[in-house]
Design a protein around this ligand. Structure first.
Ligand code: ZN
Length: 125
């Protein structure tokens, strides 16, 4: 049985975060941001019932969003040198493209480990 797939899936992992078994951290992050979004949404609807609940919900959503982002930046790391890759990319790249650069990473900018396969090159020097 011949299969003609334009996107090779078994041989080549598409994303280094998946390849290094850190995809669950993305789901936690999405859940956190989803929760923050729900807080904001409920907050705006709660304006009809008074401002106290509005501020409480907006504050909860804000802190949840900030905490989730901070956790995300420190949770996703190079499997070899434990470099905080999200933080590194977020600080070192333009705001418009760091997420794309992060997703397209092929090797660790710090130690050169191949992030897509998990292969670790030998020490040099
Ligand atoms: Zn590294």
């Amino acid at each position: 049985m011949k299969r003609h797939s334009p996107v090779p899936q078994a041989e080549e992992p598409g994303n280094w975060i998946v390849a290094t078994h850190q995809a669950w951290k993305l789901y936690i992050t999405l859940a956190g941001f989803g929760g923050a979004l729900i807080c904001f949404t409920l907050g705006f609807f709660s304006l009809a019932y008074g401002r106290e609940r509005f501020y409480a919900l907006i504050a909860s959503g804000f802190f949840l969003g900030v905490a989730t982002f901070f956790w995300f930046t420190v949770a996703i790391r190079c499997p070899r040198c434990e470099s905080k890759l999200v933080w590194k990319m977020a600080m070192g790249r333009p705001h418009s493209s760091w997420v794309i650069d992060l997703a397209a990473l092929e090797e660790c900018p710090d130690c050169g480990a191949d992030l897509r396969t998990g292969d670790i090159p030998g020490e040099q020097g």
